[in-house]
Design a protein around this ligand. Structure first.
Ligand code: NAP
Length: 497
């Protein structure tokens, strides 16, 4: 009779060898590489268009960049970090963390830097990749870890290119441009602009913030961790796990559940905290009214800042609410005829959030072209799998949870789910796995219905909303996401033997 070990050995011996391509070496790509190695699936290459890991944290180096998810939560659960300096660590520290984790797992030998994947075609049961350098690869599974907020959106403002000073997008910060004593303009009032304004107001000569829409600001202090606290975390990693888990629970109960129920008591508490912040911390009544949003808090992605109101009330700061008419060599001309003269113009105008792995050309089964499949808007079953694109799985794909949560936790849950689909391929239960059209359609319909109860549809413009005004994000609680990610429902997948 065969022993259990022998049975496992036989199963392993007959397992299908799989080659993987991971696209992107940001947070989700690093996670994928580590988890594949952990599973003993070491035949893979990570394709990274830049020359370093880090994704959004490599690209966003603007002054004040930080994560507004607590750092002990915005960490890999398997690589918690006792060294975080603050509750919300600065971006450079987060970048260093990702580099350190990648080094620790010796990922450099798997990563092909400076080579962008331009094309992926599914043919003969495998994916054929072509990169910008002309390199080709053939793999069984593609993991698209290409990020969400990475294609800068430049505003469509007349004369933008005529500006005679220095102008750049917040995600392309030009550190050679001096700011000290100069006249700096910032367009936008999202999380990015708010962080920039607070960080630079103390050094610039004059700061002009061009506000199209006022934002609710949730005040949140950012204490530093003491040496004693860090030493305690180092000495007892169990404390770090506890902290990570309690922050996760706190976030889930406060933010995550609040935003998907516009009538919840939690959202009312958030609204009150934002309103109190405005009423108590902006002294000039005219400025206070200019900063008062006319929609509900958290309808747009909530901006979290301890010191933005202080910053905008500095004597060298000015809030401009008149609409921008055009940009001229000397500065920004607003509709009231005023020319706001500037030396530097920062475009904190956000990102094209529906691009995902595009402009990469992706061709699936029977010639299905992703660009056409996504012509109206990007879709993927549970944000992970696209019908007719077998063995291609997305991390942080379309319509997944992107609210004020840790995207690391989201990606970890998604990866565990993907690995269960990969196991079907490995154990030869299927050669091709992709969501069915029916499963995607049903999911889309349920998602759109659930979205009606969220705070995102209570009357504001935001990057969460698609062209129909439907939030392109997970509209249910985070615990529902966790449940969905626990195990794939196989009836939702087309398994080609
Ligand atoms: P955003 O939230 O999309 O904000 C873009 C801003 O630019 C908005 O205020 C928008 O005005 C304004 N804008 C765009 N086009 C304009 C135009 N033509 N004229 C005038 N104003 C214009 O972008 P973001 O601030 O870069 O943030 C994007 C996301 O990145 C955040 O929501 C968040 O998810 C993430 N982020 C996170 C952190 C963090 O701490 N974790 C920090 C930064 C960013 P309207 O509001 O009127 O559209």
């Amino acid at each position: 009779m065969e022993t259990a070990t022998e049975t496992t050995d036989i199963a392993e011996a007959s397992a299908r060898p799989l080659r993987f391509a991971i696209i992107g070496a940001g947070m989700a790509g690093i996670l994928s590489a580590i988890k594949l190695i952990e599973a003993g699936l070491t035949d893979f290459t990570v394709y990274e268009k830049a020359d370093r890991v880090g994704g959004t944290w490599r690209e966003n180096t603007y002054p004040g960049v930080a994560c507004d998810v607590p750092s002990h939560l915005y960490s890999y659960s398997f690589d918690l970090n006792p060294e975080w300096s603050h509750l919300f660590a600065p971006g450079s520290e987060i970048q260093t963390y990702f580099e350190r984790v990648a080094d620790k797992h010796d990922l450099d030998r798997y990563i092909r830097f400076g080579d962008e994947v331009l094309r992926c075609e599914f043919d003969g049961g495998r994916w054929h990749l072509e990169t910008a350098s002309g390199h080709t690869d053939t793999v069984d599974v593609v993991i698209a870890a290409t990020g969400v907020l990475h294609h800068p959106r430049y505003p469509d403002i007349e004369g933008l290119n005529t500006f005679a000073g220095d102008a750049f997008h917040s995600a392309r910060w030009d550190h050679d441009v001096p700011l000290i004593g100069r006249r700096v303009g910032v367009i936008g009032t999202g999380s990015t602009a708010v962080q920039i304004v607070s960080a630079i107001v103390g050094e610039v000569g004059h700061l002009t913030l061009f506000q199209r829409t006022a934002q609710w600001i949730l005040p949140q202090v950012n204490p530093a961790y003491s040496d004693a606290e860090k030493a305690a975390f180092r000495a007892d990693p169990g404390q770090l796990v506890q902290l990570h888990d309690s922050l996760s629970q706190l976030f889930e109960e406060s933010f995550a559940n609040a935003v998907v129920d516009a009538d919840s008591p939690q959202i009312k508490m958030i609204e009150k905290a934002c309103l109190d912040n405005l009423e108590n911390n902006v002294t000039d009544p005219e400025l206070r009214e200019a900063l008062r949003p006319d929609y509900r808090a958290a309808c747009k992605r909530l901006v979290i800042s301890e010191d933005f109101y202080q910053a905008i009330q500095q004597p060298n700061a000015e809030l401009v609410t008149a609409p921008i008419e055009r940009i001229e060599p000397g500065g920004v001309r607003t509709a009231d005829g005023v020319l706001h003269e500037l030396d530097v113009l920062v475009l904190a105008t956000g990102f094209q959030v529906d691009a995902f792995m595009r402009p990469m050309k992706v061709i699936g089964r029977n010639g299905a072209v992703l660009e056409k499949v996504w012509a109206d808007r990007p879709v993927a079953y549970l944000a992970i799998s696209i019908p007719d694109f077998p063995n291609l799985f997305m991390l942080n794909g379309p319509n997944g949870p992107v609210g004020n949560f840790s995207l690391i936790e989201v990606a970890e849950l998604q990866f565990r789910y993907i690995m269960q689909l990969v196991e079907l391929l490995r154990t030869r239960r299927a050669r091709e796995v992709s969501a069915t059209h029916e499963a995607l359609d049903e999911w889309e319909a349920a998602r759109e219905e659930a979205a009606k109860h969220t705070v995102w549809v209570t009357g504001c413009r935001s990057w969460y909303l698609d062209d129909r005004g439907i939030p392109a994000v997970w509209p249910w609680t985070f615990s529902r996401f966790r449940e969905e990610m626990a195990a794939p429902k196989l009836e939702a997948f087309e398994l080609v033997e």
